[in-house]
Design a protein around this ligand. Structure first.
Ligand code: UD1
Length: 321
């Protein structure tokens, strides 16, 4: 990928951002990471190695942004406070990180002549749209403060393209999982929670009946979409789904993980469904195929295997705690 200037990854010490930073570094780009370490970890950057510049600070801080955007050609904007239930508990934090953060970033990107901003949007924007698969032309129906905040970021991206000519691409990620996803909070992604419980011989918790479904997407596919989005002609100003393109219920996911970890005897503990939870999620990937040349190269089972392998050799291994 021909990137002549610096690539800035906001939230680059987090799960998704650290994978994007690693891939950019591997293709020879100059990489800078901006992260306030509120949910990210310095260890993620240590793990990927390479020559990556790190700035600790918030995307909502204008002075920090001036410094971070110096000489930057493309921004991969991953910084946010993830999690639907966390946003239900603490909506202001989610709002400040996603809405104020994205707005400040776009303004500073415009003023620093950044060529393109690739924005981490979310499948949560669709909410409980009854039609599956979910395609970009459907009306959004956010069910949580997190979903609203991510959706507002998309609208700002599109308006900055229309009004100021700043190129932006919003990638609506569908339930991303993989190595370095932090399992340690009650708000962590379900794949990391399930693996952590199974390897620690604890009972995984399922909120609701477990028949809700998700389009779980392996991290490498998301990284590939980001690298394409940095240059793809015709993608600017667009909102594009990025997903595996298949859905599985949580009960099925747990069965798959029990099989892969050999923990057949562990049973789930069922609790009340979460407020703000979407029932079913599945993406139509055709726009990503058309505009980004995207294909989901690593399928669900292979992705789960790779994630479990990483766990067994990682600092998060529950047996080491
Ligand atoms: C949502 C978004 C996703 C976004 C993510 C950020 C949708 C469809 N997806 O994910 O695009 O990137 O927020 O955080 O809105 N669950 C359990 N047990 C657990 C943890 C979770 O049963 O220990 C359940 C949840 O109630 C939910 C499902 O698993 O039904 C997935 O939850 P989670 O991994 O938190 O992601 P979403 O909220 O679907």
């Amino acid at each position: 990928m021909p990137l002549t200037g610096t690539a800035l990854v906001t939230g680059g010490a987090g799960f998704i951002g650290s994978h994007i930073a690693a891939a950019l570094s591997a293709v020879g780009a100059r990489v800078r990471v901006l992260d306030d370490l509120s949910t990210g970890h310095r260890e993620n950057l240590d793990e990927i190695g390479g020559d990556i510049e790190f700035i600790q600070g918030s995307v909502a801080d204008e002075d920090v942004l001036q410094n971070a955007l110096d000489g930057v050609e493309v921004v991969f904007h991953e910084a946010a406070i993830p999690s639907v239930p966390r946003s239900v508990e603490a909506p202001r934090q989610t709002h400040i990180a996603s809405v104020d953060g994205t707005f400040s970033l776009l303004l500073a990107a415009r003023d620093n002549n950044v060529r393109r901003v690739v924005y981490a949007a979310s499948s949560s924007a669709y909410g409980d749209q009854p039609t599956l698969p979910k395609a970009e032309q459907m009306l959004p129906d956010p069910l949580s403060p997190y979903a609203v905040a991510k959706l507002v970021g998309e609208y700002y991206c599109q308006v900055f393209t229309r009004v100021y000519g700043l190129e932006t691409v919003s990638l609506r990620y569908f339930n991303v999982f993989g190595p370095r996803q932090d399992p340690s909070s009650q708000y962590s992604g379900v794949v990391s929670r399930f693996i952590s419980s199974l390897l620690g011989d604890e009972r995984p918790v399922i909120f609701g009946d477990g028949e809700q479904s998700r389009d779980f997407t392996y991290i490498d596919n998301v990284v590939a979409a980001n690298l394409s989005a940095a240059n793809a002609p015709g993608a600017s100003g667009k909102v594009i789904n990025v997903a595996n393109g298949e859905r599985i219920t949580l009960n099925e996911l747990l069965a798959e993980l029990k099989d892969l970890t050999g923990k057949q005897d562990v049973t789930a503990e069922y609790r009340e469904p979460r407020v703000g939870d979407v029932r079913h999620s599945l993406a139509d990937n055709s726009m990503a195929r058309e505009l980004l040349g995207f294909e989901s190269k690593v399928g669900l089972r292979e992705g789960l295997k790779r994630t479990i392998d990483w766990w067994k050799s990682s600092r998060f291994n529950p047996r080491q705690h």
